[in-house]
Design a protein around this ligand. Sequence first.
Ligand code: HEM
Length: 476
Amino acid sequence: MFSLKDLIPTILDLLPLAILLYILKFYYDYFTRSIPYPGPFPLPIIGNLHQYFYHWNDMSSWHRQLSSKYGGIFELYFGSNKYLMISDSRIVERILNTAKNNNYFVRIETEKGLDKLQKGNNGLLFNADVKSWTSIKKVFVRTIVSPNALKTAIKYIDNIFQDLEMLWDNLIDKKGQFLNDEQERSVDIDFIPWSKLIFAEFIMLLITSKQFNLLSTHYNRISNIKLNQKNSYEEFLDRLVIASDCVQYYTTVPSFIRNLPIINIHTNYLYKNLLWTRNYASNLVKERREEIERIENKEELALDFLNMLLTTNTSMNDEEVGDNIAEMISEGIDSPSNTLSFIIYYVSNDPDIEKNVLDEIEKVFDLGSNFKVTYEDLCKLEYIDAVIKEVLRVRPATATISRFSNNPDQIDNYKIPASTQLVINVIGLHMNPKYWDEPTKFNPSRFLSIVTKDPSTRNNINTQCNELKIRISRRR
Ligand code: HEM
């Protein structure tokens, strides 16, 4: 009988040979690949991960450099996984085509880790089943992006901003100071937590039509007011951030690495948070199911996302509906709150742009005491619309968008093999001088028909706004 101890020297002797064979196989596959695209040279096992980690803090500018060096399509290796980075608009148009039989429908290969989380056909983002995606998308469009849903959303946002104004007024009364020769008291705050909570409250209203009072909880905390009751939804939000990391981790880190000793402590931590949020969300769903059953006239039900999912998609169990609402919450907070924060940053850092924005607000809205934002007025905002588009160009909410090819394809001269991961290099496209004049300049006027003078230049591209100090003071 051999014991493991006896085998260790043999294993150690064979290890260098095994590594050598792995390296030879890796480079054999690399040099004989059927469709070679240019790209930085990969190393065995880690691929281009060393460069990836080196540029960790500024991934977008790294992608931008790579696309200017290698062109509209190039290869990158994430470990031994190859993907094609795309910054050619012709390929992007084909990939994002909305036709039902689009060859690039799937965003991520579910067997890579999502199956372990049993998330295969839940929600929209990772759904690989066209039928289930289409039915959830219908509910999403009806309750979140249809003109009627937008009108409701504007009312919610209007109310949230009225609450915000009241809380900021109180903050100025409590903590405000006269600075220099200013006539009014003001307070310096970090806008980022406020911005996240504005959208968290908003998304929760869209999903459940109930208030969660997140802004007042935050106000109480920063004003050192003792809270009688914990806001349990806050814990849900915090854990949801970790649960989203868990999804990303399971889809990128191979299972044998996730289960290695020490690393598995982190894996379990992420997984437990995911289970916690899943349980919280499915309890919300359970409560709502019971509420729906108690209501006799179903026409009285609010047209929120949760009711719509439960009444139109009756085949889903509580956990599946819970996963859908958890996805909506994690998708609906960061993108809009980062975008809003960058809008404030760019507008307040350029007096010309700020003036144009304020002039348009005065022109379109009746700013009297009955001031209300309406859908019709919002549609008149041409300059502000251009500012939002320019912010989304220079600070896109997502730096990359991933899709898998189902069948082999050819787009112009580019050949795409089947089952290839294509990653749209959003910032590479947005900063490409082929498509934009002076791409690094922040210039909303490029989205207007009239060309005005170019304002400022910003070079460092990040898609996350981590801190934004602003000064609030009362309106005169
Ligand atoms: C400034 C605001 C926003 C920006 C810039 C933004 C950006 C994006 C982008 C670029 C995608 C496509 C990702 C891909 O195809 O892989 C996406 C998808 C998605 N977003 Fe947003 N988003 C915003 C607000 C929201 C909000 C408020 C919600 C929720 C209410 C939301 C929910 C979703 C969902 C569910 C998807 C997947 C849609 C699908 O499969 O068709 N987003 N978003």
